[in-house]
Design a protein around this ligand. Structure first.
Ligand code: GAR
Length: 214
């Protein structure tokens, strides 16, 4: 059955672009990116949505009295788009449990490290790569996971490792992880969801074969 995908963004939108490109290649079958919601007016991701004719809107955290009111507004907008799947593609604004309770195992997030390393509160964007380099890890990468009430703690869907180079800066590591891991994993995870091939049992995601079994 075709799905309506709603993508939440805050910044450049390279992950959104990887989804738009995958959709154009037919990767998601009949499923469609039905809407994009940004947390900032100046998110370049909005330009990408506009260029592809995808309806979009902005909901600013500062326009709401607290995190709960903001989360309720987001939920309303997500429902208005008729979402079957919500993708947090570099959405860097804090929300409460309202969203994941309304869409259990139907919200996925991309995180730029190999969870459970360098994740949780305070680990987002460039900060993740700064922490990885400060620790001297030789391998980092990206993770796509379902969103639960535990920050970056939901069932892992896909992971991809990327080698750290001796001369890496946070910026070069971020760029390589985006290109080699995030932009590969996110369309793949969305495709698996659209094909009803992700099953969560006891906090662990199983990927089903096309026939519906392991
Ligand atoms: C990406 O690297 C994404 O993994 C990260 O923000 C960046 C957004 O880039 N997300 C997090 O850190 C979530 N904790 P984009 O706007 O170009 O897709």
């Amino acid at each position: 059955m075709s799905k309506r995908i709603v993508v939440l963004v805050s910044g450049g939108g390279t992950n959104l672009q990887s989804l738009l490109d995958a959709q154009a290649r037919g990767t998601f079958g009949d499923s469609r990116i039905a809407g994009v919601i940004a947390s900032r007016d100046d998110a370049y991701a909005l330009v990408r949505a506009e260029n592809h004719g995808v309806p979009h809107l902005t909901l600013r955290r500062g326009d709401y009295p607290d995190v709960h009111a903001y989360s309720l507004a987001l939920l309303d907008a997500i429902r208005d788009f008729g979402a079957d799947l919500v993708v947090l593609a570099g959405f860097l604004t804090i929300v409460d449990e309202t969203l994941c309770r309304a869409y259990p195992n139907r919200i996925i997030n991309i995180h730029p490290s190999l969870i459970p390393s360098f994740c949780g509160p305070g680990f987002y964007g460039l900060r993740v790569h700064e922490a990885a380099l400060a620790k001297g890890v030789k391998v980092s990468g990206a993770t796509v996971h379902f969103v639960t009430e535990e920050c970056d703690g939901g069932p892992i869907i896909l992971q991809k490792a990327v080698c750290v180079q001796p001369d890496d800066t946070p910026e070069t590591l971020q760029k390589r992880i985006m290109k080699e891991a995030e932009q590969v994993l996110l369309p793949e995870a969305v495709r698996l969801f659209c094909e009803d091939r992700l099953a969560v049992e006891n906090g662990v995601t199983r990927i089903l074969s096309q026939e519906g079994s392991l």
